[in-house]
Design a binder for this molecule. Structure first.
Ligand code: GLN
Length: 310
């Protein structure tokens, strides 16, 4: 029997609540509005509209997936980030709103940075995932090129796809590799040939995995069952990737270049210390709207030999 929009929503919300979903009504609405190609508001003006059998079956599938705690972004296949729409799929971290703070800090640092005219600027997004951080930056700063690196082939493919869809494919290179190793001079493996010709980096951004591994089991099913563990958790204290990344970042950055990393709440002091230990200066900590520590950034000092990566 055909169901109306309002009845379908009510039943779906009830099922999602029973499955332990935090925002059952909202999720039921988002999944149906997207399926029908409507704004959420229009679900209310079309409350009596009857769903076709096809729509009903497709909605049933979506609600089932959500009841299995698959993230909404994976079910609809996209996530809005900084006003842009990014394709999202299982195997790659779902972009988080708090990561927009990393973009904000990178933009602020970018605008404070001395950049003699006459060349294109190089941004590196380490562990690019869906590409949200790096692609948003090249979208907003037209004189830039992005090198997006991830060890996961699925992430590399998704970033490349998002770059094309957002119209910046020509300014983006995607490289599969471990942290910044594709850019390091005597790397093992040696630098990828596609990166030759780049002599120094102006900005390194990274949202590394920073949840302590012992905390993994406490995370929501949306994360544990649907997102890659290696994108979320690292090391007994959550700091393992910063320990590897920061010494590499200071090597590839030019003097005056900027490094911006996302952190978990409470990690600013430890991560700051790791940055200072490798020689970074002018540290700054950023907070999200809930007052949680969310980002640390530094400048690479001028008083050291510039790393060359070509
Ligand atoms: N850079 C991507 C993001 O911020 C992926 C990060 C990750 O996989 N840890 O969403």
């Amino acid at each position: 029997m055909s169901q109306s929009v309002s009845v379908a929503l009510r039943q779906a919300a009830r099922r999602l609540a029973a499955a332990g979903v935090d925002t059952p009504r909202l999720d039921a609405e988002v999944l149906l509005a997207d399926l029908l190609g409507l704004d959420r508001l229009h679900l209310y003006t079309q409350a009596d509209r009857l769903l076709t059998p096809g729509e009903q079956a497709a909605y049933e599938q979506r609600v089932q997936a959500r009841a299995r705690r698959q993230p909404v972004a994976q079910i609809v296949g996209y996530k809005e980030f900084y006003g842009y729409r990014f394709t999202v799929r299982p195997g790659v971290l779902v972009p988080r709103p708090e990561t927009e703070k990393v973009v904000e800090e990178a933009l602020a640092r970018w605008d404070e940075m001395e950049r003699p005219p006459g060349r294109r600027w190089h941004i590196v997004d380490v562990g690019c995932g869906s590409g949200v951080i790096g692609l948003t930056l090249v979208l907003l700063r037209p004189d830039t090129e992005l090198i997006a690196i991830d060890q996961s082939p699925a992430a590399c493919a998704l970033t490349a796809e998002n770059a094309l869809r957002l119209g910046v494919g020509e300014r983006v290179r995607v490289v599969q590799g471990d942290l910044l190793s594709p850019l390091l001079p005597a790397g093992d493996p040696p630098p990828a040939s596609s990166l030759s010709g780049i002599s120094s980096i102006d900005l390194v951004v990274c949202n590394p995995p920073y949840v302590p591994l012992p905390d993994w089991d406490e995370l929501a099913p949306e994360i544990r069952h649907w997102e890659p563990k290696m994108a979320v958790a690292a090391g007994g204290d959550g700091l393992a990737v910063y320990r590897l990344l920061l010494p590499q970042a200071i090597r590839v950055l030019r003097a005056g270049g900027v490094c911006v990393v996302e952190i978990g709440d409470g990690q600013a002091e430890a991560v700051g210390q790791l940055g200072r230990a490798v020689g970074f200066t002018r540290e700054r900590v950023g907070y999200d709207w809930a007052g949680r520590q969310r980002v640390v950034s530094w400048i690479a000092p001028a008083t050291r030999k510039d790393a060359r990566v070509d």
